[in-house]
Ligand binder design. Structure first.
Ligand code: HEC
Length: 365
């Protein structure tokens, strides 16, 4: 990859409450729980992020949005599924309201000012200072033969050693597969993971390691698979992104929800591993029994489509209903146009429970 490469942001990340804020274009992510970022991090923090695609990735986005009002996943000439080209790379910067007083590795971290709206961290204009927490990367590489994607993440670890943004990035790890079938019957103990490499120097910093006073974070991602501090330990980078499809899976949300106290039993762990920690080949579905179009690991495409359909459902988009919003399933829009006809408007109280869009725009969960 060239040092002076061009990078582009994905379309349609603006709309809605979690959509791009006006100063930096950040979108709202999952709010970390107490003890997620460090042993002393509180549960009141916010995380905001922005990602870019390189030329290969942006070429693929251009194919999908070649009709900007009616995006679609192109049919491939060879009959195999559409995918991003090999060599596609995306990266994402994640910023947090937390600082070095709670999360020691954030001491001296680069800051941005973003209009996150009213919060205990914001000034009277809703603007807050956020610190660089995590940098995610994803690369489409067929050498990762199980998934076609390699994902890695870095933390910004202070104190600052230089004045460049990148001087203090330390790799948390890299993953190229989900280690299908690999589990430890004791939930909080890492399994014998082969397809994630973790940076042992961050044990005790990003996850528990030998720090027995940090029970909330036994590992970065599920049983030793990769995730970053901002992420939910119930998932991994590739398990969440492997569910990028349109429509979304009717049962499997991108992150499974379950209690950690008491921890899942061995049988529950087996069930989770079999459903979520598969090696989903790029351009295929996690679950072939469900009719959907694979989005080749791009959750920004999923987020874009969801937002577009939400805007159409809210009648703030005009013109014909995009075809992908008419796909059967939850949130389906049955109207021909995003604007309601006079008759539909008059009976909208009725329509609202016949065809109510109930899609939630996906922040990371
Ligand atoms: C909860 C599931 C979830 C987990 C776990 C997760 N992500 Fe994502 N990721 C998302 C969503 C949703 C988006 C799209 C919205 C956005 O960019 O804000 C996204 C966007 C991205 C993007 C931008 C391009 C794209 O594919 O959409 C990259 C790169 C990325 N994530 C990498 C990672 C890496 C690396 C990890 C692990 C360290 C990770 N993600 C873990 C949900 C997740």
């Amino acid at each position: 990859m060239k040092a002076n490469a061009d990078w582009w942001i994905a379309p349609w990340m603006d709309y809605g409450a979690n959509g791009r804020e006006p100063l930096e274009g950040l979108t709202k992510e999952r709010g970390p729980k107490a003890g997620d970022l460090s042993p002393t991090s509180m549960g009141n923090h916010q995380v905001w992020a922005i990602g870019w695609y390189n030329a290969e990735g942006s070429y693929a986005l251009r194919q999908v949005f070649s009709d900007p009002c009616n995006p679609s996943i192109p049919a491939s000439a060879s009959g195999s599924a559409w995918t991003f080209p090999n060599g596609t790379a995306a990266f994402k910067l994640l910023f947090t309201t937390a600082d070095g007083s709670e999360v020691s590795y954030l001491n001296g971290a680069p800051t941005v000012r973003a209009k996150i709206g009213p919060s205990q961290f914001s000034d009277g204009d809703g603007v807050a200072s956020l610190r660089l927490l995590q940098v995610d990367v994803g690369v489409r590489d067929p050498d990762a033969s199980g998934t076609d994607w390699v994902m890695g993440t870095f933390i910004w670890q202070g104190p600052a050693t230089g004045d460049g943004l990148l001087d203090n990035l330390v790799p948390v790890g890299l993953m190229w597969g989900n280690d299908p079938g690999v589990q430890n019957n004791t939930f909080a103990s890492p399994a014998a993971i082969q397809q994630t490499g973790l940076n042992a120097q961050l044990a005790g910093v990003v996850w528990q390691g030998n720090n027995q006073t940090w029970p909330e974070r036994p590992f970065p991602g599920f049983q030793g698979r990769l995730n970053g501090p901002a992420d939910n330990l119930r998932s991994s980078c590739l398990s969440c992104h492997g569910l990028a499809q349109w429509r979304r899976h009717p049962q499997l949300s991108i992150v499974p929800s379950y209690d950690l106290d008491p921890p899942p039993t061995a049988a529950k762990i087996t069930d989770l591993v079999s459903k979520y920690f598969k090696n989903v080949k790029g351009g295929t579905l996690n679950d072939g029994a469900v009719s959907a179009t694979p989005l080749d690991y791009s959750l920004q495409l999923d987020a874009a489509f969801t937002r577009m359909c939400q805007a159409c459902g809210d009648e703030v988009l005009s013109g014909p209903t995009p075809d992908l919003c008419r796909h059967p399933g939850s949130g389906q829009i049955k109207r021909e146009t995003c604007e309601k006809t006079a008759l539909q408007a008059a009976t909208s109280w009725l329509g609202s429970w016949i065809a109510a869009p109930d899609l939630e725009i996906p922040p990371r969960q």
